[in-house]
Design a protein around this ligand. Structure first.
Ligand code: PMV
Length: 307
């Protein structure tokens, strides 16, 4: 039994989404997690994740191991008490801690493959709920946007605690993703921002309101195919993220490089301070913007079409 899940990027609204403002995220299908579940010839539940050099039996993993806890959480949800014998192989092309949703994608693909194997296929809604529970175990107070966009694998308009909305893309557009290669310290940037917000609530509430407007206008622009409007919205969102102290010299440098190389707009994406930036480009310019990012020190780039 096989299942997979894509990576993701946040287009607009990261961080503000933690404070109940809307954010937009889209799947990135160029990178993905693929899980295969087979009968095992030997006793136990064997997990192979060559990318992280993991070849282990479930019971010998630490209790809080992210992969082990997904499996145990699913078994308890399905009411399975006698453990089957299984060989589980997890392969991922999603860079880790880069803001591309690698953890949520492992959980989604693993739950989907196991649930099907155990003849208990789950709805997307149920998978999303379970993965959100797991995200909370590892990331403190996540908004839930990562698990949602990755479970549904479609563009989502997301407000914390509300039913998510899938939105249509009126005209496809091209994004270049540039990875700083620096792990994004999500927990730290989220808690630093909380401290600042507590000290200066009015100021940050105003910033979040501005971002909420950006997300709303961006959604309308994407739905109506007016993607040329997105560049300025990205630039504006990036400057607000700088005000929120979640950018970094490297992210700012890559954003500037992308604009100088002809991108229509650019911003950091995800929790910031490391991780990724994204740039809106005319499709024919995608390769040259990606090349400029690499020359400026990006560790890797991904060109993705949002459609
Ligand atoms: O780095 P990522 O893409 O996992 O993004 C975290 C996004 C935040 O808005 C900063 C936090 C959250 O839980 O939504």
């Amino acid at each position: 039994m096989k299942a997979s899940a894509p990576g993701k990027i946040i287009l607009f609204g990261e961080h503000a989404v933690v404070y109940n403002r809307p954010a937009l995220a889209v799947p990135v299908t160029q990178v993905h997690v693929d899980v295969e579940v087979l009968d095992s010839p030997r006793h136990g539940i064997w997990i192979h994740a060559p990318g992280i050099d993991l070849h282990s039996e479930l019971n010998s993993l630490p209790a809080d191991h992210p992969i082990g806890s997904v499996i145990l959480k699913l078994f308890s949800t399905l009411g399975i008490s006698s453990l089957p014998t299984l060989d589980i192989t997890i392969a991922s092309t999603i860079p880790v801690a880069a803001g591309l949703g690698s953890g949520a994608a492992v959980s989604v693909a693993l739950i989907r493959a196991l649930a099907q194997y155990l003849a208990h296929p789950l709805s997307n809604e149920k998978i999303n709920d379970l993965v959100f529970e797991i995200e909370k175990l590892h990331h403190g107070t996540p908004s839930g946007i990562d698990n949602t966009v990755i479970t549904y694998a479609q563009p989502v308009y997301f407000i914390k605690g509300q039913p998510m909305e899938i939105f249509k893309v009126g005209k496809p557009f091209t994004i270049v993703i540039g990875d700083t290669g620096i792990p994004a310290p999500t927990k730290e940037s989220v808690s630093d921002l909380r401290r600042l917000w507590l000290r200066n609530t009015n100021h940050f509430e105003e910033i979040f309101n501005e971002i909420a407007q950006i997300s709303l206008i961006a959604r309308r622009s994407i739905e109506s195919g007016k993607t040329e409007l997105l560049g300025n919205l990205m630039d504006h969102n990036h400057s607000l993220l700088q005000d929120m102290t979640v950018s970094s010299p490297m992210l700012d440098g890559l954003v500037k490089t992308a604009r100088n190389a002809g991108a229509l707009g650019a911003k950091l994406s995800g929790s910031g301070r490391g991780g990724n930036m994204i740039a809106l480009v005319d499709q024919p310019n995608a390769e040259s913007v990606a090349g400029a990012l690499i020359s400026a020190g990006a560790k890797r780039t991904i060109i993705t079409e949002v459609n």
